[in-house]
Design a protein. Structure first.
Length: 256
């Protein structure tokens, strides 16, 4: 597993890089763990999402916030400073967990969960299909009494895209993000996991109490990613940026 810590200039380039690394793994078998963190806020919808259902489009337009579509599934998220993105490209073996979508989810999410639980010294759980969440006690009014109970708070969303020989598994980890932006730019999601319990974005999403370097070190260790990758596929990144991530036909393919 090689390591690439690379943030490109624009959201479109960064999403293109994730897909280009998938192509590289498919064609040449190069497995890479990449970290990046956008310098600007942007909204990214999952491959099958409808923008108009998930995004406050008018507010994004008012603020000049880009809306993009990634190559993988999953829900809609806001990314920007304080949100660490990781991208893991893996070869698909002849047998084992990575040969199926559900097996890949279980394999990658459990590794990431264990690494971050050890880092944080707190309970971390895989919730929904591919969320990571931590639990904390909150107060709830029951017949005028405040009854403490625990709830799960999401700090990481993840998704995958598969080729014949390779997988990209990528996600976001909130550690110092301006959480108010999520409520301002996104609508309540059209689909929600059970553990959300109809909570608003502000009541459901939280930052984890650690630093970016600590997160990347924990994931580098669990994936044994030590050798620096020095040759990102620049031409393919540029092609995908033009053909997909700066192309309205791609972004608006499921409505707007």
């Amino acid at each position: 597993m090689k390591l690439l810590d690379l943030t490109l200039d624009s959201p479109a380039e960064n999403l293109a890089c994730d897909e280009a690394l998938l192509d590289l793994c498919e064609n040449e078998g190069v497995e890479i763990l990449r970290f990046w963190e956008s310098r600007q806020h942007f909204v990214v919808v999952g491959y099958g999402n409808r923008i108009e259902s998930e995004v406050n489009v008018k507010e994004c337009q008012r603020r000049g916030i880009p809306i993009l579509r990634r190559c993988s599934g999953g829900g809609t998220v806001v990314q920007g400073p304080g949100c660490l993105s990781y991208n893991l490209t893996l070869k698909i073996p002849d047998s084992g967990l990575l040969t199926t979508v559900t097996g890949t989810n279980a394999f990658v999410m459990e590794r990431n969960r264990a690494a971050l639980a050890e880092l944080l010294g707190m309970r971390v759980s895989v919730q929904g299909h591919t969320d990571l969440a931590f639990t904390q006690w909150v107060g709830r009014d029951v017949d005028a009494l405040v009854v403490p109970h625990s709830r799960w708070f999401k700090f990481s969303g993840n998704a995958q895209r598969r080729r014949r020989q390779a997988i990209v598994f990528h996600g976001t980890i909130l550690y110092d993000f301006d959480l108010r932006v999520i409520s301002e730019l996104l609508r309540f999601p059209s689909m929600q996991p059970g553990y959300r319990e109809d909570r608003s974005h502000a009541e459901f999403v939280a930052n984890i109490p650690t630093r970016r370097n600590s997160i990347s070190a924990a994931l580098r260790a669990v994936w044994s990613a030590q050798q620096i990758f020095t040759a990102p596929p620049s031409e393919r990144i540029d092609q995908l940026r033009r053909d997909h991530y700066e192309n309205d036909a791609w972004t608006l393919r499921h409505g707007h």
